[in-house]
Design a protein. Structure first.
Length: 397
């Protein structure tokens, strides 16, 4: 990263920095591991912060009443679409605490870094977006459209409950201009991602005693044939900036003890899709392989294919206002960011299925994402904030 050019947005970010850092550290000190920790303390902290700045925060809940997101809205004085700044408030688990250099919830400052689980992904992003919302709220009459900050508490579970509650709930906005997802990292702006098609295969055999005189077809043996056939299935090469399609068997469950031939083996299959190999094509491929193996194992019941997840591949074109605004703002602040289509899918794929454009993967520099010793580089936080402010202002002129 080159030296950022002087700009009013960078001056804003520098003047906010102490407050951004304090809010980030306060959030890191509250464990919010997805699906593990209660979120009440973090929700109280964030809604109090937003409320004190007259941003009228709301807590979104799922069908069971569990909290899944905190959100707030700045209503512009002129007509326009809704632009969303999205960052996750829950985090990955910490793994072996003893392997960390510092307590993962101590929010230690050392050598220009803030250490702790969520420091990078994405509590620093939450703090930056909170301060941007507060700044823009003071000038709301000059804005075209609305700005929403959305902090998902159900992201690291893979359910994206906060996003779903906002974009598919009763109060979902009628026109969304786009979503900027505050995942960390300054070397790239994620403008797309491979899609995903996931299924669970229930492979059937015939149960019997393993010591019986008449052997029966084991579900495990049949499943092994199915795994080999799936992994041998041809997939198209990379094209259009996407990594190649990929099929992976990610879980196998079957059997109990030693004396029973299992009659059920369950496989999880993850297929990464591209424009050249869509979710529909992935479904046809898996169904064809399953049918061939079932035919070869005629003495067994047919395999049950249970659909789990299907998100399309997506890529924002170079003409996308969302992509252009962030790229131009980054370059104006000396950040040589490059557009990238990610190999893993992300929440942008879910949004693409709703017809909503999204960027992801731009924010402060980091180390240890989803790993031991997660940390965020402090001198890059104001630069990230300045880039987002310039981009949002350009979109809401």
């Amino acid at each position: 990263m080159s030296t950022p050019r002087p700009s009013p947005f960078l001056e804003h970010a520098r003047s906010d920095f102490d407050s951004v850092l304090a809010l980030t550290r306060d959030l890191v000190r509250i464990p919010t591991r997805g699906g593990i920790d209660p979120y009440d303390e973090a929700i109280d902290l964030l809604t109090t912060w937003l409320g004190e700045r007259h941003l009228s925060p709301r807590v979104l809940r799922d069908g069971t009443g569990a909290p899944v997101a905190v959100t707030a809205r700045v209503r512009g004085g002129r007509p326009g679409p809704v632009w969303v700044l999205d960052a996750c408030l829950d985090t990955a688990p910490v793994g072996d605490v003893d392997a960390w250099k510092h307590d993962p919830f101590a929010a230690v400052l050392e050598d220009g870094w803030l250490w702790g689980r969520g420091a990078a992904d994405s509590k620093s992003g939450v703090a930056v977006f909170c301060h941007l919302a507060a700044r823009l709220a003071a000038e709301a009459e000059e804005l075209a459209g609305d700005l929403v900050v959305l902090f998902d508490l159900d992201e690291h579970t893979g359910r994206f409950g906060g996003a779903k509650a906002f974009f598919e709930g009763a109060d979902a906005p009628a026109e969304v201009g786009g979503v900027m997802i505050g995942y960390p990292g300054m070397d790239k702006l994620v403008v797309g991602g491979r899609g995903v098609y996931r299924v669970r295969l229930r492979v059937h055999g015939v149960s019997s005693h393993s010591g019986g005189s008449r052997p029966t077809p084991s579900a495990i043996s049949k499943a092994a044939d199915l795994v080999r056939a799936l992994e041998a299935a041809p997939l198209p090469d990379a094209r259009e900036g996407f990594a190649p399609a990929r099929l992976t068997v990610t879980a196998i469950e079957s059997g109990d003890g030693f004396s029973a031939v299992p009659d059920l083996c369950t496989l999880n299959v993850d297929v990464r899709t591209t424009p050249a190999f869509t979710g529909e094509q992935a479904a046809d491929l898996v169904a064809g392989v399953v049918a061939a193996v079932d035919t070869a194992w005629a003495r067994t019941p047919p395999t049950l294919v249970e659909a789990h997840t299907r998100w399309p591949a997506y890529a924002l074109p170079p003409t996308s206002p969302l992509r252009s605004a962030l790229m131009e703002a980054a370059h104006a602040h000396g950040v040589p960011v490059q557009p990238k289509i990610a190999g893993p899918s992300n929440i942008g794929n879910y949004l693409a299925g709703l017809g909503i454009g999204a960027t992801a993967g731009f924010g402060p520099a980091y180390e240890g994402l989803h790993a031991t010793d997660e940390r965020v580089r402090l001198d890059t936080v104001p630069v990230a904030q300045a880039v987002y402010e310039q981009a949002v202002r350009a979109l809401m002129r």
